[in-house]
Design a protein around this ligand. Structure first.
Ligand SMILES: Nc1ncnc2c1ncn2[C@@H]1O[C@H](COP(=O)(O)OP(=O)(O)OP(=O)(O)O)[C@@H](O)[C@H]1O
Ligand SMILES: [Mg+2]
Length: 254
């Protein structure tokens, strides 16, 4: 469904992604791990067709994704409906006067005014009590749920989630992780939190500080490779303490 071939991306002269090869099948759920600045958000933006590789190629359902491809209005409309991105910073996604309008926006763009559908998604994401509020006045976690509802209502095929649990409290994190695992969709989630990673997918892709893929494989094998975790700077000394005692969530998740 998604194929990246020898893909690199630079902001100006500085690499953010280097020689990335990644293949994803329909329905797969993978987790992108890596330290701050390793390129996780940039990778999701490339897959979302917001920015385009400097070198290498990106194919979605066999079609090469380029700036030019989006000039085809039909393709652009379908792609934007099928592949959606939850931004790391929810504020960059919110611009409507009410939560209701925020969730309705994407549907309206498609010419649909689906009152029941909006209510249904608001209930599923447990934000129905916020529908008449301004999205700008909500807490970080509430905003994230509103953004997620505004994407899910489009019934996308590919969900790109940039640190979706970053603003959530433990109960909401648990709920979201379970909710996502029940969705029959292709999902790519980024995080640098090993505690939740184990629950978000069975396959892990680790980016290193040089913006290259350091590991692509089984989450369970990653968790059991302490040297690799240290090399990726994903394991801090507190986690090592848990790890030694066999109490880490990551271990339990496997
Ligand atoms: N708009 C931008 N202009 C210039 N450089 C950028 C821009 N966005 C990101 N970068 C740089 O590209 C690299 C990758 O950034 P990116 O945001 O993809 O990392 P990340 O893995 O998502 O980090 P984090 O864990 O902090 O979210 C970093 O070195 C960053 O400084
Ligand atoms: Mg990021």
């Amino acid at each position: 469904m998604i194929e990246l071939k020898n893909l690199s991306y630079k902001y100006g002269e500085k690499y953010a992604l280097k020689d990335i090869n990644l293949t994803l099948n329909k329905g797969e759920k993978i987790v992108i791990l890596g330290v701050n600045g390793s390129g996780k958000s940039t990778l999701l933006k490339v897959i979302n067709g917001l920015i385009f590789p400097d070198t290498g190629e990106y194919f979605y359902k066999g079609r090469k994704i380029t700036k030019k491809a989006f000039r085809d209005k039909n393709f652009a409309k379908n792609f934007r409906k099928e592949v959606v991105l939850l931004f790391q910073n929810p504020d960059s996604m919110l611009f409507n006067p009410t939560v209701y309008d925020e969730i309705a926006f994407g549907l309206r763009q498609l010419g649909i005014e689906g009152k029941d559908r909006i209510k249904n998604w608001a209930e599923r994401l447990r934000i129905d009590h916020l529908l008449s509020r301004s999205p700008f006045d909500l807490s970080g976690g509430e905003k994230q749920k509103v953004c997620l509802a505004s994407l899910l209502i489009l019934e996308p095929e590919v969900l790109l989630l940039d640190e979706p649990t970053a603003n959530l409290d433990p109960a909401s994190t648990d709920w979201l992780v379970e909710f996502l695992s029940g969705l029959d969709k292709t999902i790519i989630t980024t995080t640098h939190n090993l505690y939740t990673a184990g629950y978000l997918g069975k396959r892990a892709v680790v980016l290193d500080k040089d913006h290259k893929v350091l590991y692509d494989g089984d989450m369970k094998s990653l968790f059991s490779d302490k040297d690799l975790l240290k090399r990726a700077n994903l394991m801090h000394r507190h986690f090592i303490g848990y790890y030694r005692k066999g109490e880490g969530y990551g271990r339990k998740a496997c």
